[in-house]
Design a protein around this ligand. Structure first.
Ligand code: ZN
Length: 314
């Protein structure tokens, strides 16, 4: 009898991941809507986006990370640049001829679920994008409304399923101008030594040909291979790579998004993303051009990976 139970337990596939797919897609649609004007750093559309993220974190019931607010503001100085140079669409009629430095304010939105230990996994996704250029809105549905909306689905899932590690959900600002938000978060986080892993999501909804999602980082952190190999899907291929500087067949994504900030501090990372595609950094990166079935499955795969990583890591 004991043997039967053992065999049954070990052969039984893990319980399927259930998420609210309709809500996930709706959130991408909202985050990539024209009314948010491409979510450019320090612009009104970016600030509206922050508010939307705060509402989601509140609804899920996340704890705060810094003080009593989800918002972590940070200033950035564009040294030697006038307001008109940095934000040409702003204040067109005002005279800024005496101003030499432009100070802009950005903000990360940070929420947390407590685990049973003091160790922490930071799940990050940047919410800023390119804004308006040549009077065209760059909606950034894949880059990175997809990663931001995934944060809400992942947090909702783990709210009901306690983890060993604390999970910090970091919706970070200003990736598109140099990972300023991720850098500010990490430089100012008082328990940096407790962070065992960064899982970064940036462009996870667009796969025009074969359904392929990359998990990048194993070249640097080969110990993480085992929990990722346990992460399987029959609807998409989870591939490893894009992290070996010597590999001439593939571009190296080690420094391509916010995970680089963690990597520079020797904190292990896994970055989930897709190959660059025809709509990358174009005004055609809209809700209509993402692949919804692929995206839903990608989010489920990432949840399973986080589950496996949480179990595997001390
Ligand atoms: Zn991006």
């Amino acid at each position: 009898m004991v043997l039967c139970i053992f065999i049954f337990a070990s052969c039984n596939p893990p319980k399927p991941i259930e998420i609210d797919s309709a809500k996930l897609l709706k959130n991408v649609q909202i985050l990539s809507h024209d009314s948010l004007e491409g979510r450019a750093f320090s612009r009104i559309g970016n600030q509206k986006t922050q508010k939307f993220i705060i509402d989601q974190f509140n609804e899920i019931g996340l704890q705060t990370v810094v003080g009593s607010s989800y918002t972590q503001e940070f200033p950035y100085t564009f040294t030697g640049k006038k307001r008109q140079e940095v934000f040409p669409m702003d204040n067109a009629k005002k005279d800024f001829s005496n101003v030499t430095d432009t100070i802009a304010i950005g903000a990360n939105i940070l929420g947390m679920l407590k685990g049973s230990t003091n160790k922490t996994i930071v799940i990050s996704a940047h919410f800023d994008h390119l804004g308006i250029r040549n009077e065209r809105i760059y909606n950034g549905a894949d880059d990175n409304a997809s990663g931001t909306a995934a944060l809400f689905a992942i947090a909702t899932y783990f709210k009901k399923l306690p983890t060993k590690h604390n999970l910090i959900f970091a919706a970070v600002d200003a990736e598109e101008i140099g990972s300023l938000g991720a850098e500010y978060f990490l430089n100012n986080y008082s328990k940096k030594e407790d962070i065992v892993l960064n899982v970064n999501l940036d462009m996870i909804a667009h796969s025009d040909y074969d359904p392929e999602l990359f998990a990048c980082g194993l070249y640097h952190f080969p110990d993480l291979r085992k929990p990722l190999e346990k992460t399987k899907s029959d609807k998409l291929a989870l591939l490893f790579g894009h992290d070996d500087p010597e590999n001439r067949e593939q571009s190296d994504w080690t420094f391509s998004s916010d995970h680089r900030v963690f990597y520079r501090e020797n904190i292990p990372f896994i970055y989930f993303g897709v190959e660059d595609h025809k709509d990358y950094h174009r005004d055609s990166d809209t809700y209509d051009t993402i692949n919804t079935d692929f995206y839903i499955e990608a989010v489920k795969v990432i949840i399973r990976a986080i589950e496996n990583l949480d179990e595997f890591l001390d």
